[in-house]
Design a protein around this ligand. Sequence first.
Ligand code: AMP
Length: 379
Amino acid sequence: MILPGSTLGVLGGGQLGRMFAIAARTMGYRVVTWDPDPHSPAKDFASVHIDAGFEDENGINYFLKHVQAVTTEFENVPTETLRKLSDHMRVIPSAESVGICQDRILEKTFLDNAGIPVPEFMAILDRKDLEKAFQKTGTPALLKRSRWGYDGKGQALVSNMAEALSAFNSWGEVPCILEQKVPFSHEISIILARNQQGEIRSFPIAENWHSHGVLETTAVPAQTSETSGQKAMQLSEIIVTKLAYEGILAIEFFVLDDGRVLVNEMAPRPHNSGHFTLVACTTDQFEQQVRVLCGLPLGGTKLISPVVMGNIMGDLWQGGEPDWSLLLSEENLKLHLYGKTTSRPGRKMGHFSILDNNIKIAREKARTLLLKLASYKVP
Ligand code: AMP
């Protein structure tokens, strides 16, 4: 067990690292954040922040000297750094698990081999692969970069060879997957923790809506059938067990009209669709990350109240700083801002959660507030 007073390291300094640092500091740990960006949101809550590239020897040496256990808030950290650190301290998730989740070809192949249903897909290593891939996926399909894609970036909806080639060329012909466009009825996600002893604890299933490939709102409990929910839960447990996973894993699913569930993707860390846990669960996903990292008992994940989470995107800064009093005057709303000093369209700047027994009404309210926020500006 790594006890309070010890120093925890986190690779990545975005909002997920910030909320990890808040949870860890609340529980009496010191926190070292590591991110090349000297203005990382996590830095505000770090005991020490290292602004160096993730392969920097000085960063590694600092961690070796001062840190007792390491986790990550970002899947695109070099697995070699995780491996080097893991020779000397507890590192979760493992380099192997992160390696699978950071590469769509490895991820989809792992899932497929494990018998987990996924959309039809094929790896594209060469332009010649595209024709055969279309036969498998049909049209339209999504061409996705195998690495470095997130929030709908590095993805193109393509209906024919010409469109696919144009996207493939524009990304420098890096490895990709071509994936069937799934006619899903709705999207859900499950965030779960698995510890060193193989004990698994899941948060309640979340239902998610995206806008331009980016999460817009999440509602919990998810309005999905009991069968689909149970199936998604079973698949999640198979996945973490087959990966021998330690840490927090988020899994996104497509639910089809006939109730079948397909895995879309996994993230080896807390997830945007789990921010509701900060206000609506006994233990939140970041505290759970601290607990599993430190070998502490896993926390209870019970839902205390139905909840809707809305993402606050940088687009809302067009025309000036949003007037937060619009949100803060709502009685059952909790606002989280990530302390980012520059906004840009598509950048996640914060989120809010509304506690309400009627999640349909709460989601309508969340969407209305987001629309209004675009024109409510600080005078
Ligand atoms: P991703 O970054 O792969 O999770 O994609 C972001 C969002 O794009 C997903 O949550 C879906 O709403 C949509 N999307 C991604 N892949 C597919 C697919 N194969 N079929 C239909 N929609 C998709």
